[in-house]
Design a binder for this molecule. Structure first.
Ligand SMILES: Nc1ncnc2c1ncn2[C@@H]1O[C@H](COP(=O)(O)OP(=O)(O)OP(=O)(O)O)[C@@H](O)[C@H]1O
Ligand SMILES: [Mg+2]
Length: 216
């Protein structure tokens, strides 16, 4: 990455990090820990999630996760929530130099509404361009786990929402779509084998994130 690209991806010195992976893959288990690491490194940190992250976005999240709807409606609602999120929280936080850690972002849309629901990639690409312009996370941790193992982990955790109620085949399609995203996503992806222990995963992230959060 040349310096100009680096500046474009880190507006105002901010650092945009996303966590991705199928339901139960282990994303949320590391979010608060990473935020604390970044604070210890002297950074201001915003922890947020999608869909959600703003008052309206959280109301849209409730609908998307619980209300029966057409797949196209689902796609439009997650981008509506994302637009609010970018305008109200993410862009302002990056502009003042924060680390923004987001539990799911647009790769989830490619994986769930694209891979899982089968909506055309061209629709997602058009909405992504309209809502984000060129903004992308500078680092995306993709937690990869076979769908049957993720289902076992979820079963212990809590009641299922509309996505979590889907079968193993759905989640294997989502997982495959994530792998395709990582394949075309350039250097921002780090795919993590979630069968590893939480401790091993944290050691990897801690080492990997150093150069991105160090202020100079
Ligand atoms: N590396 C790991 N090894 C074993 N168990 C794990 C690991 N990471 C997370 N878990 C457990 O798996 C369950 C799901 O983890 P977590 O909630 O972090 O997943 P998630 O990807 O955030 O899921 P969701 O998308 O549904 O929010 C939790 O009970 C968590 O304790
Ligand atoms: Mg989670």
């Amino acid at each position: 990455m040349n310096p100009e690209q680096a500046r474009a991806e880190r507006p105002g010195g901010g650092c945009f990090i996303s966590f991705e992976g199928i339901d139960g893959a282990g994303k949320s288990s590391h979010v608060d820990w990473l935020a604390e690491r970044c604070r210890q490194a002297g950074r201001e940190v915003i922890v947020t999630r999608e869909p959600g992250g703003t008052p309206l976005g959280e109301r849209l999240r409730e609908l998307v996760l619980n209300e029966p709807m057409a797949a196209q409606t689902e796609l439009l609602l997650v981008f509506a929530a994302r637009n609010e999120h970018l305008e109200g929280l993410i862009r302002p936080a990056l502009a003042r130099g924060c680390v923004v850690i987001c539990d799911r972002f647009t790769d989830s849309t490619y994986a769930y509404q694209g891979g899982g629901r089968g909506l055309p990639l061209a629709w997602i690409e058009a909405l992504e361009q309209a809502v984000q312009g060129g903004l992308q996370p500078v680092r995306t941790y993709l937690f990869d786990l076979p769908a049957d193992l993720a289902a076992q982990r979820r079963a212990a955790a809590r009641a299922a929402d509309r996505f979590e109620a889907e079968d193993v085949a759905f989640f294997e399609r989502v997982r495959a779509a994530y792998a395709r995203r990582a394949g075309v996503g350039g250097g921002r992806f780090r795919t993590i084998d979630s069968r590893q222990s939480i401790e091993t995963i944290r050691q990897f992230i801690q080492e990997d994130i150093k150069s991105l959060i160090t202020t100079s």
